[in-house]
Design a binder for this molecule. Structure first.
Ligand code: NAD
Ligand code: MG
Length: 396
């Protein structure tokens, strides 16, 4: 490994589930990767621990109060690490000239500006923050092209599909003999539940995912199937697919991470244990392969692979997302913003589980679809949808 040029990495959202897994992989390969910047929103204790362990040059936090606290702790520890605050600082550590690789692992719309900045600076961008791509699809993919960024999907499904596609896959799926992308879904913790049972779901139940350990927002999205809806939109942008070319397949074992079907009848799949360090290591080292710390897949222990179709009656978020992708313009922005408001309201006890899909649908119905091709109109559509969703919550 010593013959490699050492890559300098910024981890946006370093204290989260993906951020922590990224640092775990990086720490296994100290001669290959060096940390430039780590960022967190409020998790100052976790960020301090990461400063001790990974010795970044810069860290970013969400508030001056937390930054002041961290500066004092770093001085006590004898660590010369710059502590910065806010969105502008996030953008700067994403586009800094000394940075080669940016892991985009902030959750939600808050990650849009720094992730776009990394793309516009032509970095190798490891994309976990699917909401950023859902919001800005065309603008984002144009920027990748124009600025020569290397975009590697970290979402396990998209990483799997990427591994199953020919190296050159631009210009539409059919040009490369691909007929369909098969996006696998675990089905979430409530697969097979009745409407009555779903109405009683608590945040604790929604955040206990059977196969994956993740942040709270994506855990709720997995339970409503909105995560699969966001991933459908993500797949359309990443692989130049139409919504009808992406088929969602419920696969409770979460061992097949997704598939690509070809015109000759071949179906290529990527398999592995459900551990995000595999796609993260793939993105870091591509086109090479490195150890990710993941146990080898034991097929005899898995024994059985099952596949079924999703229930879009009980889980309307998947259908809402497909419709938003077909409606284009501001529709995916509105879908994402309304969902972020709804998930937050659910997690804080102000909205029932089945209210999430209802709030997303009502917000969509209340707002006309508008053009959203530039950053200004995207941010406006996001703000309008949040305003509308919060107003509905308050009116009830
Ligand atoms: P998480 O909640 O565990 O971590 C989120 C990170 O973002 C934390 O470091 C947090 O401090 C930071 N953050 C939160 N709000 C912020 C804000 N307003 N401004 C700046 N930073 C902020 O989330 P996660 O599970 O690691 O997911 C991160 C992203 O990766 C999400 O977009 C998610 O959909 C995607 N993703 C996650 C997984 C997974 O297994 N966890 C899998 C696929 C995709
Ligand atoms: Mg996924």
């Amino acid at each position: 490994e010593d013959c490699h040029h050492q890559q300098t990495v910024t981890v946006l959202g370093a204290t989260g589930s993906i951020g922590t897994s990224t640092l775990d992989v990086i720490a296994r390969h100290p001669s290959r990767y060096r940390v430039h910047a780590l960022t967190a929103h409020r998790s100052r204790d976790a960020l301090l621990a990461q400063c001790r362990r990974h010795r970044p040059e810069v860290v970013v936090l969400g508030s001056e109060a937390d930054a002041g606290w961290l500066r004092s702790r770093l001085i006590e520890a004898g660590l010369a690490i710059e502590v910065r605050v806010g969105t502008e600082a996030l953008v700067e550590v994403a586009e800094a000239s000394e940075v080669d690789v940016v892991m985009a692992a902030i959750v939600g719309a808050a990650g849009l500006l720094p992730t776009l900045a990394a793309v516009q600076a032509g970095k190798r961008v490891l994309l976990a923050n699917k909401e950023a791509l859902v919001m800005s699809g065309a603008l984002f993919m144009d920027a990748v092209e124009r600025h020569g960024a290397t975009l590697l999907p970290i979402d396990s499904e998209h990483n799997a599909i990427y591994q199953c596609l020919p190296t050159e896959h631009r210009g539409g799926l059919s040009r490369h003999g691909i007929t369909q992308l098969l996006l696998t879904a675990s089905g979430g913790p409530f697969r097979g539940w009745s409407a009555e049972e779903l109405a009683t779901v608590t945040p604790g139940q929604a955040c206990a995912h059977p196969n994956w350990s993740m942040g709270r927002k994506i855990s709720v999205d997995s339970a409503t199937l909105m995560n699969k809806g966001l991933e459908l939109i993500e797949a359309c942008w990443l692989f130049d697919a139409r919504p009808d070319q992406v088929k969602v397949v419920v696969h409770p074992q979460s061992v097949v991470h997704s598939m690509a079907a070809y015109s000759d009848g071949s179906v290529l799949a990527q398999l592995g244990n459900p551990d995000m360090r595999t796609p993260i290591a793939y993105g870091l080292a591509w086109p090479e392969r490195i150890d990710a710390g993941v146990a080898p897949l034991d097929l005899f222990q898995v024994a059985r692979l099952e596949f079924e179709s999703p229930d879009e009656e009980l889980f309307p978020c998947l259908r809402l997302a497909r419709e938003a992708m077909s409606d284009e313009g501001s529709a995916p922005v509105v879908l994402n913003a309304a969902n972020e408001v709804a998930v937050d309201a659910f997690l804080t006890g102000r909205l029932g589980f089945t209210g999430i899909g209802e709030l997303v649908a009502r917000t969509r119905d209340a707002l006309p679809v508008e053009a959203a091709s530039d950053l200004g109109s995207i941010l406006e559509a996001d703000a309008r949808a949040r305003h509308e969703a919060i107003a509905w919550l308050n009116r009830r």
